[in-house]
Design a protein around this ligand. Structure first.
Ligand code: GLU
Length: 511
């Protein structure tokens, strides 16, 4: 294979949503697999839709995920500049070339004339309402006006666009690496604008010219671009670049959780899950939560995303980025849409969390606690992390689900109080708390042995009073191993908490 050169070409018109990140990831994996280049090109020719901070957002998102471009706006490279607005002088000559060769034309129609055209076509029940091989014959363009008039209009400064002249009847065929042969009749296409009245190219022209000039070998992008691909294939042909046209791979859509249509920001809002990589600030000032701020590890998010539409086969689902690079192949990309499943994303995060060392998790806990104003002993943090690691999905839950390690309970689980706070249990706990205040218990086994002796002397099974003990120590109904918990809290504090609970719940004791 010739050198693989792929590009991710977002437009800075809003937040990059996970579909865009997945496109970037697949391009990156493909480039790395074939020792090629991954290029980041910013397609900012539509100034009316641009959002000022969207470009930085793209850079920051990719940095968080470690999807590092080999060439791009920040990195530079031999094919730059990589921001289309800095290349605006490049495109015009190609549009001019197409005009000279009869494959494009000037059009002078005013916006209201285009509206009238559509209304007339509607009234005539035409099969298409587009500016195309049929309707253009009725419009004001260089195909219907005399050469002199065209010149005069241009010289007088009248605004115009340049449109591609789509052939009336031509079969356009290309092979998509995901979908196989795609065959489209040119009669279904419209004469898309290539150069706008502001003189800037549209996406279609700029995209093709840049892919050509940047030696792009493969275009890997979302399915929403599939309808534009026949136009792009025609442009390659008209510009004389068919021989070096990149190969296309159109990725499946990411669907709503129920599979009913494309995943949208509204779904994210409705279900309360993130669909943006990092926090996004909307133009009205609203902040929409991102995966990073929601507590996802970059590796877990990438792993989740990679499998939304690609399946390397086999049972394993956990892949490091270098394993993904090894395994990646476009043939294994699914044709059908991939259902977004936030539980799966959480599952991945939990798996990655559990694969981290206790020390690493302990360090994160120290950081989180210190943000909350609690200075945590690092060794203690490691012990807490060790105990909680199997019970949490996100690092910050090491703190939120472990609050009882730092502070005794003030409220108590009502269900346990009403069912387990028996006379027998409180008597046992009272004796146990005395023993805890006196003894110097260190290991889990010692805490257990002491309790065992007390319950056995009363002919009760240890399991029977565990819910009441947990209630007294933590206020809750479930949590990590209790002896381990007491070891961290310490014998004195454990004894005190039991005493306090008995005092506080003295009226609630049942027979
Ligand atoms: N600028 C287009 C976008 O925003 C790029 C589409 C393509 O990759 O050709 O997605």
């Amino acid at each position: 294979m010739a050198e693989v050169r792929v590009r991710f070409a977002p437009s800075p018109t809003g937040a990059l949503h996970i579909g865009g990140i997945r496109t970037a990831l697949y391009n990156y994996l493909f480039a790395k697999k074939y020792s090629g280049k991954f290029i980041l090109r910013i397609e900012d020719t539509d100034k009316t839709r641009e959002v000022e901070w969207a470009e930085d957002y793209i850079f920051e998102s990719l940095k968080w995920l470690g999807i590092a471009p080999d060439e791009g706006v920040e990195e530079g490279g031999p094919f730059g500049p990589y921001r289309q607005s800095e290349r605006s002088t490049i495109y015009r000559k190609y549009a001019q070339q197409l005009i000279e060769e009869g494959q494009a034309y000037y059009a002078f129609d005013l916006p209201e004339e285009l509206v009238t055209m559509r209304e007339n076509l509607k009234t005539a029940k035409a099969s298409s309402l587009n500016y195309n091989a049929i309707s253009r014959t009725q419009m004001k363009n260089s195909l219907t006006l005399s050469a002199d008039e065209v010149k005069a209009r241009i010289n007088s400064g009248e605004p115009y666009v340049i449109r591609i002249k789509i052939p009336l009847k031509e079969e356009i065929r290309f092979q998509d690496m995901v979908r196989g042969w795609v065959v489209v009749q040119s009669s279904t296409l419209d004469d898309k604008v290539l150069i706008k009245s502001d003189g800037l190219p549209t996406y279609h022209l700029a995209n093709i010219v840049d892919d050509h000039l940047m030696d792009i070998s493969h275009v890997i992008r979302g399915e929403e671009w599939l309808p534009s691909a026949p136009l792009h294939v025609l442009l390659y042909k008209f510009l004389g670049w068919s021989d070096t046209m990149p190969e296309f791979a159109h990725l499946p859509l990411i669907l709503k959780p129920d599979g009913n249509g494309k995943l949208s920001k509204r779904d994210a809002e409705k279900h309360g899950f993130p669909i943006f990589p990092i926090d996004w600030q909307e133009e009205n000032g609203n902040r929409v939560s991102g995966f990073r701020e929601a507590g996802y590890f970059a590796e877990a998010f990438l792993n989740f995303l990679a499998l939304l539409g690609w399946n390397p086969g086999g049972e394993n689902e956990i892949f490091s980025i270098s394993e993904m690079i090894d395994l990646f192949s476009i043939e294994k990309i699914n044709k059908g849409g991939a259902k977004f499943d936030i539980q799966k994303a959480e599952w991945f995060n939990g798996q990655y969390l559990r694969s981290k060392s206790n020390e690493e998790l302990g360090n994160s806990l120290v950081d989180i606690a210190s943000q909350k104003g609690i200075e945590l002993n690092p060794n203690l943090a490691v012990e807490i992390a060790t105990l909680l690691k199997d019970r949490v999905t996100f690092s910050n839950e090491l703190y939120s689900k472990g609050l009882f390690f730092f502070k005794g309970p003030t409220t108590f689980n009502e269900d346990i109080v009403s069912k387990q706070w028996t006379k027998e249990a409180t008597d046992i706990l009272s004796t146990y708390s005395d023993a805890l205040s006196e003894g110097d218990y260190q290991a889990e086994e010692e805490f257990k042995l002491c309790l065992k002796e007390i319950v056995e002397a009363r002919g009760v099974k240890i399991g029977k009073i565990m819910p009441a003990l947990r209630l007294a120590l933590t206020g809750g109904a479930d949590g990590p191993d209790l002896m381990g918990t007491m070891k961290i809290i310490g014998p004195r504090e454990s004894g005190l908490r039991i005493k306090k609970a008995i005092e506080q719940l003295v009226d609630r004791i049942i027979d």
